[in-house]
Design a protein. Structure first.
Length: 138
């Protein structure tokens, strides 16, 4: 089974002085650890918003380690179609979610992977989505 790692996992690790590879220690063995392209964008956003040059350099090194060590799935036609369906379905259920979280969820669903996250509320109630959490392993 594969895991799509949510951005919040990397942010928590970076803030705690950890490295991206620490995700494996938290979640254990998996066939593949990967990220959605949206996570790359969100982490780069954090690099650019750093409040000092040192912090910016640290965050960039962290992002480089993510890029070097995790498979990155782009937003392709299959994921985009799943995303459109998922966004509409969640709104019809009255459970609007952030679009970035839906990109991550759609990526996982399309690939048959679970999402590794600390933010359970961001993914709660998404039909068919399997969640892995440090607090609630899959």
């Amino acid at each position: 089974m594969g895991l799509i790692v949510d951005t919040c996992e990397f942010i928590a690790l970076e803030r705690a002085g950890g490295s991206p590879s620490d995700v494996i220690a938290i979640y254990g063995p998996s066939e593949i650890y990967a990220v959605s392209v949206i996570t790359v964008a969100e982490l780069r956003h954090g690099v650019r918003r750093a409040n000092s040059n040192g912090r910016m350099e640290h965050r960039q090194r962290f992002l480089d380690a993510v890029l070097d060590n995790f498979a990155i799935f782009p937003l392709d036609a299959g994921i985009a179609l799943r995303l459109g369906d998922l966004d509409a379905e969640m709104q019809l259920l009255g459970k609007k979610r952030e679009f970035t979280d839906l990109v991550i969820a759609a990526t996982a669903l399309e690939l048959g992977y679970a999402v590794a996250t600390r933010n359970l509320k961001h993914f709660d109630g998404i039909p068919g989505l399997r969640i892995a959490s440090a607090a609630k392993p899959i």
